[in-house]
Write a protein that binds this ligand. Structure first.
Ligand SMILES: Nc1ncnc2c1ncn2[C@@H]1O[C@H](COP(=O)(O)OP(=O)(O)O)[C@@H](O)[C@H]1O
Ligand SMILES: [Mg+2]
Length: 336
């Protein structure tokens, strides 16, 4: 084996995304959905990616597994290394070896991972036969067991259905079951609980946590819900309008956020200890149109701290890999 075999050495992250840009050619012009995003995921680490809808969370992660539709999408810049191998722009055939095998995904749209021509049973047992070396009968039992765990009603019957015979919520559960059964090295969970009711949400997060603890799986957990990252993620990247505006370990981000946007997100999380009836403080205004981004800091039109400079110059990165922010007037510790 050469020194460059595809198992990374100590300290080599499982995933490294470098200056990634994903743009879309549209009638309105070029949409800069992701524009210069860099992050790493270590082995066994859970990285949370948070931000309002439209901030580029899904597109950035679709790029990792080659699911950005091209056209209209294209990659003006960037590199993505998975286990030392450059994967951005890899052929569909090579990507298929990685996707659903070494990298599993739970996406908002379950149909991207389900095969419409195979019964639920076969989609699940195929993985069990491959990864757990089970015979067909035991695999069927295992499939039903996993369906029960992800809250599939009447699992013993539903295992014989085709995807189109199931409701959206049920398909979501099949997809989650598949992602967990393939025991991936990296699990990308994109709003994994959004379509589910609260009880099932908690069960699904427990299943992900269990997989992560049992197998040391790396996880990218994408959510607009900071409550979800608080209990799961080691580190959090905050995205706004296609860029990461702050990154820190989870405790630091919650205790001492530096970006006013992060502060706003934190204030909009309902807290168990808040007075009943107290309104959740949402961030005023809307994220910018990514085909017409404002000058300077993209958050400045919505920011109470913005100065003239904020409307002119995009702020450089301040801080180190442990905790950094892009802001001309960051919050200091203890500020609300
Ligand atoms: N196929 C596409 N064509 C054009 N624009 C797209 C396409 N997919 C995503 N976008 C745009 O990219 C931006 C980021 O989207 P997305 O990554 O889905 O946001 P998030 O997951 O953070 O809610 C949005 O403005 C969205 O409209
Ligand atoms: Mg999304």
């Amino acid at each position: 084996m050469s020194a460059h075999a595809n198992t990374g050495g100590a300290g080599e992250p499982l995933l490294r995304v470098d200056d990634l840009a994903v743009h879309f050619e549209t009638d309105e012009g070029v949409v800069k959905a992701v524009d210069g995003v860099s992050f790493e995921v270590q082995r066994g680490e859970v990285l949370g990616i948070v931000g309002e809808s439209g901030s580029g969370k899904s597109v950035a992660n679709q790029a990792i597994v080659g699911l950005v539709p091209r056209p209209p999408g294209f990659y003006p810049r960037g590199r993505i290394h998975f286990d030392g191998q450059q994967v951005l722009g890899l052929s569909e055939r090579k990507l298929r070896d990685i996707r659903g095998n070494r990298i599993a995904m739970i996406f908002q749209d379950p149909m991207t991972s389900l095969n419409p021509y195979l019964k639920v049973e076969r989609q699940l047992t195929e993985l069990l036969e491959r990864h757990r070396n089970l015979d067909r009968r035991k695999a069927r039992t295992g499939a039903i067991d996993m369906l029960v765990q992800v809250g599939m009603p009447e699992a013993e019957r539903r295992v014989d259905a085709y995807p189109h015979e199931l409701s959206g919520g049920m398909r979501q559960r099949v997809m989650i079951a598949m992602a967990l059964l393939c025991e991936p090295e990296l699990l990308i969970a994109d709003e994994p609980t959004t379509a589910l009711d609260v009880t099932i949400q908690a069960q699904v997060l427990d299943l992900i946590r269990d997989l992560q603890a049992r197998l040391g799986t790396s996880v990218i957990l994408i959510t607009h819900d900071l409550g979800v990252v608080a209990g799961m993620a080691h580190r959090v990247a905050v995205m706004y309008a296609g860029r990461i505006v702050e990154q820190a370990d989870t405790d630091t981000l919650f205790a001492a956020p530096r970006h006013p946007y992060t502060g706003g997100l934190l204030r909009s999380v309902p807290r168990i200890d808040s007075e009943p009836g107290r309104a959740i403080e949402a961030i005023k205004g809307l994220p910018p149109n990514p085909a017409a981004l404002p000058a300077g800091c993209f958050f400045s039109p919505r920011c109470g701290r913005a100065s003239e400079r904020c409307g002119q110059v995009y702020p450089d990165r301040d801080g180190d890999a442990g905790h950094y922010v892009h802001c001309h007037h960051p919050l200091s510790e203890g500020e609300p």
